[in-house]
Design a protein around this ligand. Sequence first.
Ligand code: ZN
Length: 67
Amino acid sequence: MSDPLDMAQDVEERDRAGAVAAALRPLHGHGLMSCEACGEEIPAARRQALPSARRCVRCQAEHERGI
Ligand SMILES: [Zn+2]
């Protein structure tokens, strides 16, 4: 078993590294360039704000409402 404190530190370091990488390489995050639901391009601002976004704002809203 890992020490929970070590794990928390790991997560924190990964988050920080991810935030830095996202800031430095906005076009190379792990998000998609286009919405996986409708294929529309996801705006760069949205990809930067939420690198893990896989859908455009509209599709994400529908997804969250369970449509
Ligand atoms: Zn969409």
